[in-house]
Design a protein around this ligand. Structure first.
Ligand code: GCU
Length: 435
């Protein structure tokens, strides 16, 4: 689903990095098909079951009562900044319900979540639910880059009002135009989702925060305006945390819609949106499953090690995604009290699929397998034994366990083929279909 200009930027950036002779291992330039690199040093990821007081967590009870909160606190303090609290006021404005969408196969709902008090974020939400079903539909809750109007081409979907990426097709000076309608519909296979019984709930990241480095127009600016005592220092905020807040606000709606199954909702996102989907689901246990797709550094890839994008590179280029404290680890990731295996562990015992593309070495698919393995002890403690973690599965083979893993051939993008895999994975866990 990623607009082509962004992939082009990635290719150009990669060539620039090679040209400036930064060590190749840091840039993920390898094109080798080999799935394992026997020369990789061991990562020494932190053990999620050793508490801050250096005590071993031995029971599921201790994990739930103590260690989960400790880890959440660490992630907010040293990396993402705080995920703001739920707003005091939310007005759900239903703009359209069409039960005859897609020739009667689906229901289309358009609504807006208006946060208050004052002039809070307004999140446009697109809901498409299959009409043929026995009960509430299992649901993918997915944050998009280019607006709901780009996901489906129906002219009734309001054009996104937020600032949009220049790589979003048909957008001019950051604004949506009629020409941008349906520009991503090929990569969001609504018909297939409906045919397989899944609902899609989608919203645009820019309705929560427009990804500017000065964080001038998002939720944090609104909260600071409302309350002069609100802590809006760079130590306490980050755009990924802001977007994760958005996921939870949309989930607040999902649990009230009787067409959607509140117990079978999956958080989905691609790239920076994938980092967000994982953070949101790790913290908000109402999400029954998470699919962070090609999320890479700051999401599903380890901060430690020398493969793919480094902590310094991501902090230099996107300083606003993480809090100020995270910058202190640029050169010394080994000092981080957490790594991303601890974030995946916060998903336990819920299923999480780390899905990737073979050529997207910037996102470090290999290191992501280590991240999964580094979370397995927590799943085990909570009663989920996972097989298949000794060796990465071959390219194109989906590891369907609760610690799911998948690498397909190709580049960084989210395509309808990826959605087919997301549905296979969700089928395994939501419908108990393992074959
Ligand atoms: C850049 C960044 C990645 C991020 C990606 C995206 O490539 O380095 O960390 O995942 O942008 O979100 O598009």
């Amino acid at each position: 689903m990623k607009p082509s200009v962004r992939s082009l930027t990635r290719v150009l950036l990669a060539s620039f990095l090679v040209a400036t002779s930064v060590p190749a291992t840091c840039q993920g330039q390898s094109t080798s098909r080999s799935m394992e690199d026997p020369k990789s040093p061991k990562l020494n990821l932190p053990d999620p079951l050793i508490s801050n007081a250096e005590k071993r967590i031995k029971t599921a009870r201790e994990w739930k009562a103590r260690r989960r909160d400790e880890l959440k606190d660490l992630f907010e303090r040293v990396m993402y900044g705080k995920i703001p609290a739920a707003p005091e006021e939310v007005d759900v404005v239903t703009q359209l319900v069409d039960k005859r969408f897609l020739e009667g196969r689906a229901t289309l709902k358009l609504l807006q979540l208006k946060m208050g008090p004052g002039n809070g974020p307004k999140i446009d939400v697109l809901v498409v639910v299959p009409n043929q079903r026995l009960g509430p539909a299992p649901t993918f809750v997915a944050m998009n880059f280019c607006g709901n109007h780009a996901v489906v081409s129906d002219p009734r979907v309001p054009l996104s009002k937020g600032w949009l990426y220049s790589s979003c097709k048909g957008c001019e000076s950051g604004r949506a135009t009629e020409a941008s309608r349906g520009s991503q519909s090929k990569d969001w296979p609504i018909e297939e989702l409906m045919a397989r019984g899944y609902a899609l709930v989608s919203f645009a990241s820019s309705d929560i925060d427009s990804d500017r480095a000065d964080v001038s127009d998002g939720i944090y600016a609104w909260l600071a305006e409302l309350d002069p005592l609100f802590d809006n220092r760079p130590h306490d905020r980050g755009t990924i945390a802001a977007w994760a807040w958005g996921f939870s606000r949309v989930m607040d709606y999902v649990v009230t819609d009787r067409d959607l199954d509140p117990l079978r909702a999956a958080a989905v996102g691609h790239s920076r949106n994938g980092k967000t989907a994982l953070l949101a689901a790790a913290f908000d246990e109402r999400f029954a499953l998470a699919i962070p797709h090609q999320a890479g550094c700051g999401g599903t890839a380890p901060s430690r090690g020398k493969k793919g994008e480094s902590v310094k590179q991501i902090n230099d280029r996107f300083p606003h995604w993480f809090n100020a404290k995270f910058k202190e680890y640029n050169e010394e990731t080994g000092r981080l009290p957490i790594d991303q295996n601890c974030l995946v562990a916060l998903m336990a015992p819920r299923p999480v699929l780390l899905s990737n593309a073979e050529e997207d070495t910037w996102a470090n698919p290999e290191g992501q397998f280590d991240v999964l393995r580094g979370a397995a002890s927590v799943y085990k403690l909570l009663g989920v034994e996972q097989s298949g973690l000794k060796k990465r599965p071959p390219i194109g083979t989906l590891l369907k366990g609760s610690l799911g893993y998948y690498v397909r051939p190709g580049k960084h993008s989210m395509t309808s083929g990826d959605w087919a895999v997301f549905m296979d994975y969700a089928d395994a866990h939501f419908l108990k279909k393992f074959d």
